[in-house]
Design a protein around this ligand. Structure first.
Ligand code: XMP
Length: 508
């Protein structure tokens, strides 16, 4: 199988580069830049991409590569730090600019295989202070920007190419063409890799690793844990046991739907634990959002642990960790706004020999594609994100069974009407929340003093920032009417028109 090596120099876009290569239907592996020349040779790679990185090339301890890599005859594309390292290692010069060049920048291209089919003038995404001031002998400049005399350089004979900008980000509009050019025109790849190849090779790899041992998986009802579980199930069948902890904080009918999918579509060992009471007791009277999250996380581990003990010794735990979880929970990440509890936690407490995270390199839409390949029903594959702590963080303040019942009904109406109006595909997350506010209303001739339901709907690509969705008034009107008429204890419906930031998507 043709494959490409992505050499990691610690930049933030490493996995994004890998993803772009997969998008071009070429298999790739991300490896540390400390990989040996021997391992590179035995990997039979068609090409190597050097990623960016935060360091300055001249700083002591800055990541390096074995210079022999440039003599292997394998095509190389250096990006950002990777471009600077290429320049310095081969005898060029890198200097520090007075000001950082950052953001969308006009780019002038010259004749190059890397830029084949592109106009002379385009734009690119820059994020650097250092730049290549002198290209190595044998290289020519292939692109320039106002602040960067060698925004691109190359030695086509040796098939070594480098760009200071980031072709992997969407802000470089022609970036994908450049990546394809590198893979197809320069490395000679044919692009035969598909998501089905990922599924097949992952199943084979899991089978080899697990052997005849036992595996446990915590199902949440979301797409990530479902895809991870089905991959393992396809690999080792009934050696896998899935535990589905129904904490009583799921949406209307969700627990039954999850159970139905796994029982009727797959011959899977499934243990459903109905633990609503335990969670509600643990949450009683607690209104602080972080405390609610902690309680749910801890209770979840306790329930899971108890069930795991009943099964006996197991060697592996499967987790549906995907790449954005790794970034958000990783060391050095930004200040904790909310404690997401889908990564970590379980393994330390439960004590397995090893954790299996078969989706760790994938982005959400890739996970969905893998789910489709595996034949998982579309309604589960396309399920919108749902937080681990469930409706508990959509009931503002303390959580009770009555409040959850009100919220579940209102939320079901909102979701039904969004789908009926044909808006579901264009909105990335939509749900109802029960505000902790009660207000005066009038129904019939009676005074009411009931809850206000907030409707929330957002569009986003990465869930880190989001815009409120412009749902037509007619649809909002219908939802409001139905909620007021069909859900007892609600006398007011509000539509949240706040983006993120300053708000977050969830209310707690
Ligand atoms: P916020 O509210 O932080 O949410 O803007 C961003 C995205 O993350 C989801 N979310 C969670 N997912 N465990 C999860 O698995 C959590 O604790 C959690 N909190 C928020 C939220 O639904 C949105 O998609």
């Amino acid at each position: 199988m043709e494959s490409v090596l992505v050499l990691d120099f610690g930049g933030q876009y490493n996995q994004l580069i890998a993803r772009r290569v997969r998008e071009a239907n070429v298999y790739c592996e991300v490896k540390s830049c400390t990989i040996s020349l021997h391992d590179i040779k035995t990997g039979c790679y068609r090409g190597i991409i050097f990623t960016g990185g935060p360091a300055s090339v001249y700083v002591e301890g800055a990541p390096q590569v074995d210079p022999g890599i440039f003599r292997l005859g394998i095509p190389i594309l250096g990006i950002c730090y990777g471009a600077q390292l290429t320049a310095v290692t081969l005898g060029g010069k890198v200097v520090s600019a007075v000001a950082r060049e950052y953001g969308k920048t006009p780019l002038l291209l010259r004749e190059s295989e890397l830029f084949a089919g592109l106009p002379h003038e385009t734009s690119c995404w820059m994020s650097h202070t250092d730049y290549v001031s002198e290209v190595p002998q044998g290289f020519c400049v292939s692109a320039t920007t106002k602040g960067c005399p060698a925004a691109g350089m190359e030695d086509p004979e040796k098939k070594i190419y480098a760009v200071q900008f980031h072709p992997e980000v969407l802000h470089t509009p022609e970036g994908m063409v450049m990546i394809r050019n590198f893979l197809y025109r320069i490395c000679g790849c044919t692009g035969t890799w598909q998501m089905s190849s990922f599924v097949d090779s992952t199943i084979a790899c899991l089978r080899g690793k697990i052997g005849d041992k036992k595996v446990l998986c915590a199902l949440s009802g979301g797409v990530d844990s479902a895809v991870a579980a089905i991959l393992v199930h396809k690999a080792v069948g009934r050696q896998l046991t899935c535990i589905f902890v129904d904490h009583g904080l799921l949406r209307k009918n969700e627990g039954d739907e999850v159970e139905e999918v796994f029982r009727s579509h797959y011959d899977i060992n499934l243990v459903r634990v109905n633990a609503e009471k335990r969670f509600l007791v643990a949450l009683a009277g607690v209104s602080d959002p972080e405390q609610k999250r902690m309680i749910i996380g801890a209770e979840f581990i306790r329930v899971f642990e108890e069930e795991a003990k009943k099964i006996g010794a197991v060697d592996f735990l499967v987790q549906g960790t995907i790449y954005p979880d790794v970034i958000e929970s990783g060391p050095g990440s930004a200040a904790v706004i909310k404690s997401h509890h889908n990564v970590g936690g379980l393994p330390n407490q439960v004590g397995f020999r090893e954790i299996l995270e078969p989706l760790r390199i994938l982005f959400k839409d890739e996970v969905r594609r893998a789910g489709i390949e595996l034949g998982i029903p579309e309604n589960l594959v396309w399920r919108q994100p749902f937080p681990g702590p469930g409706l508990a963080i959509r009931v503002i303040g303390d959580v009770t069974q009555e409040k959850l019942a009100v919220l579940r009904e209102a939320d079901a109406i909102l979701r039904e009407e969004v789908v009926t109006a044909g808006l579901a595909c264009g909105i990335n997350q939509y749900f109802a929340a029960l505000t902790n506010m009660r207000s005066v209303g009038v129904m019939g001739d009676e005074r009411t003093y009931d809850y206000a339901i907030a409707l929330r709907a957002v569009t986003t690509t990465d869930f880190m920032t989001a815009d409120w969705a412009q749902i037509p008034f007619s649809v909002l009107g219908k939802i409001s009417n139905r909620v007021i008429n069909e859900v007892r204890h609600v006398n007011r419906v509000l539509y949240d028109i706040t983006s993120k930031p300053p708000a977050t998507i969830e209310y707690e």
